[in-house]
Ligand binder design. Structure first.
Ligand code: NDP
Length: 258
């Protein structure tokens, strides 16, 4: 349980869902962890719970990933409290699912502000320190929407395709500095985000069942299953994995049809 012993990590959007599961898994593996979250109340509650459960040093820092100054400040606060960052997980994300031609300009900007600018703001804030220290691991939470399209989900997949491009470009730029940049592409994972989507459908129960029926493993994923992959990529067990993306979807995106 010491795969991240001595490391300092920051996870964005870690108040709940996949981000909270990643923060918990990191703390269990011995990391000191900052939960960088828009809703500081939720972040504090989650940080306290994780700290009590693991005994790790876990803090909450108020962060809006859409604002580069806010992310820079969160990095500064984290490093002052916990030490230089070894790991950043850019996890914060929102679903913006529209029809392309009825979508508003605001929907487009809201989606890109969180789902792509947010990832870049995180990378830009930690890269100078990681490059200077000659070590670091950045893990960007992409999606199976990064390489597959579901009609009616525009422009979320456009932003998530961008996350893969950003991951590959930065992974190559900073490889000589021993800074690895990778992505994880989750499929359906049981979080508030997924529940909200089912609940927005005319028949939420039927929508949930329809999702399950599409899964090769006849279930959707759990946040901790994404978190275990993040631990691997963040750790020293993955020193030659760079500019890559690991899919965590139970095989769903490999399936053509039944
Ligand atoms: P949740 O909605 O459960 O959690 C997202 C977290 O991000 C929330 O705590 C939210 O805070 C926070 N957040 C939103 N906007 C910002 C912001 N501007 N700055 C800082 N924090 C913010 O989502 P999931 O855990 O399901 O998703 C996490 C990531 O995984 C996202 O990038 C998502 O796209 C991706 N993903 C999820 C899948 C799934 O099936 N769940 C599948 C594929 C990818 P608040 O509540 O205060 O808004």
């Amino acid at each position: 349980m010491n795969r991240l012993a001595g490391k300092v990590a920051m996870v964005t959007g870690a108040g709940r869902g996949i981000g909270a599961a990643i923060a918990l898994a990191f703390a269990r593996e011995g990391a000191r962890v900052a939960l960088a979250e828009l809703d500081i109340g939720t972040a504090r509650e989650t940080a306290e719970r994780i700290g009590e459960e693991t005994g790790a040093n876990v803090i909450a820092v108020e962060t809006d990933v859409t604002q580069s100054a806010s992310v820079k400040e969160a990095v500064a606060q984290t490093e002052a409290a916990l030490g230089p960052l070894d790991v950043l997980v850019n996890n914060a994300g929102i679903n913006v699912f529209c029809d392309p031609l009825t979508m508003t300009d605001d929907d487009w900007r809201r989606c890109f502000a969180v789902d792509l600018d947010g990832v870049w703001n995180g990378c830009r804030a930690v890269l100078p320190g990681m490059v200077e220290r000659g070590r670091g691991s950045i893990v960007n939470i992409a999606s199976t929407h990064s390489f597959k399209i579901i009609p009616g989900c525009f422009p979320y997949p456009v932003a998530k395709h961008g996350v893969i491009g950003l991951t590959r470009a930065l992974g190559i730029e900073y490889a000589p500095n021993n800074v690895r940049v990778n992505a994880i592409a989750p499929g359906y994972i049981e979080t508030q985000l997924t529940l909200d989507w089912w609940n927005s459908q005319a028949d939420p129960k039927a929508a949930r069942q329809a999702t399950l029926d599409l899964q090769p493993m006849k279930r959707i994923g759990e946040p901790r299953e994404v978190a275990m992959t993040a631990v691997f990529l963040a750790s020293d067990e993955a020193p030659f994995i760079n500019a890559s993306c690991i899919t965590v979807d139970g095989g769903r995106s490999a399936l053509y049809h039944d």
